[in-house]
Design a protein around this ligand. Structure first.
Ligand SMILES: *Cc1c(COP(=O)(O)O)cnc(C)c1O
Length: 392
């Protein structure tokens, strides 16, 4: 099939919900992938933070394939090893107590919201059910997680939304505390707003909000779906902020490319969801969890240090490129502001022409390279980004 044939078939049969790049890929290895015509691309996106070890890491493929040869699925009425092992690793390394496995980020956040509501109801009765998230946040595309998402652009056409959500101004402590009234059961935070433009919260703000929440028994939910699983140079971004959340969610990079999400429960919330309170058919799938276990085995301290160093290097190089005004983010979660009049999507499209795959995050230019990207791939990709910036 040629790319043109693929495009024609796609347009005919796939609901047109995505503004796709003018690019189809066929296979890849590491941070390098190949178009249907064999052309080479450097992928600085990991498939939006998902392929944490790049394309087809050989250890990951072996781990997943050998699980696939043993057992592809069992119902959640039956015990299986990979999910128990993955949960143990996530708890031990994340400082948490228990895990619920879901299939996506939005679903993980749904589980977190349900847990927070039930925690409060068990303890205080009905009425204390409001989840306060931040302006400019992104928490998913289901109706409840859209309610939590603090960006109006995602809300058009789909109301009415489930009630019981409110938004506080990110980084504004008095403005946030004002929202934490008697009917609030939890705050929901991204340590680094991802879809909102790669904008880290300040440590003082996060610590002050968490302190107020602890004093008032308001749960802190940290959405680590984009920032978690090594992306920022720690397993979870909350660890960089010295925070122990009551609930944390992960997905994107968790399975190294397989659809899996997780809700992590802390001390207070570990026993809130009991038998029959929550569930999902595919949750804890052994093949997906074999992927999780392999990803976590690769992300040791040396690998996380390398993420920090590669992030610093890419930032310093980007800063010297045309149209780049500012570069921020943490680890390999990188966002850049472009000079006025230069549109991030135009840079992305020029990148495809030059053979490098990149992202936007609102009006910012965004990179989420595989955590295992090599220096050679970084050099080659940056050279192509530089050409793309020159071309716009
Ligand atoms: C991507 C993302 C989600 C949604 O995850 P899906 O797997 O697309 O449902 C939620 N929160 C954050 C911070 C994300 O980046």
């Amino acid at each position: 099939m040629t790319f043109q044939e693929l495009k024609t078939a796609e347009h005919e049969y796939i609901a047109q919900t995505y503004a796709r790049y003018d690019l189809g890929i066929d296979h890849g290895i590491g941070a390098t992938c190949y178009g249907l015509d064999g052309r080479k691309y450097i992928d600085f996106t990991s498939g939006i933070g998902v392929n944490s070890l790049g394309y087809c890491d050989s250890g990951w493929v072996d781990a997943v394939a050998s699980q696939l040869h043993k057992l592809q699925h069992a119902s959640n009425f039956i015990y299986t090893q990979p999910c128990a092992q993955a949960a143990k690793l996530l708890c031990e390394r994340g400082g948490m107590k228990k895990v619920f496995f879901a299939n996506s980020g939005a679903e993980a956040n749904e589980g977190a919201i349900k847990c927070a509501r039930k925690y409060s109801r068990d303890k205080y009765g009905p009425g204390r059910h409001v989840i306060v998230s931040l302006v400019n946040s992104f928490h998913g595309r289901t109706l409840a997680t859209l309610s939590a998402t603090g960006q109006a652009s995602f809300h058009a056409n789909f109301d009415p939304f489930p009630p019981g959500f409110d938004h506080a101004p990110a980084g504004d402590l008095p403005g946030t505390l004002e929202k934490l009234t008697g009917d609030v059961c939890a705050v929901m935070l991204e340590m680094v707003q991802g879809e909102g433009g790669i904008i880290p919260l300040s440590a003082e703000y996060v610590q002050s909000v968490a302190e107020y929440c602890a004093e008032n028994d308001i749960l802190v939910i940290v959405d680590e779906i984009q920032s978690g699983i090594g992306r920022v140079g720690a397993l979870f971004a909350y660890q960089l902020y010295g925070l122990s959340p009551d609930i944390a969610t992960a997905a994107k990079g968790l399975g190294g490319g397989l659809p899996v999400g997780a809700v992590l429960f802390g001390e207070k919330t570990q026993s809130v969801l009991g038998k029959g309170d929550h569930g999902t058919t595919f949750g804890g799938n052994p093949v997906a969890c074999a992927g999780v276990n392999y990803v976590l085995s690769v992300l040791d301290d040396a690998a996380l240090d390398a993420v920090v160093k590669k992030g610093e290097y890419i930032r310093s190089r980007l800063l010297k490129m045309p149209h780049i005004v500012e570069v921020g983010g943490l680890g390999l979660m990188i966002g850049a502001t472009l000079s006025p009049g230069v549109k991030a999507r135009d840079v992305v499209d020029a990148g495809v022409t030059e053979g490098v795959i990149t992202l936007t995050a609102k009006e910012r230019f965004r990179l989420l390279p595989p955590l295992t990207i090599t220096m050679e791939e970084i050099e080659e990709g940056l050279e192509r980004v530089n050409e793309a910036l020159k071309a716009v």
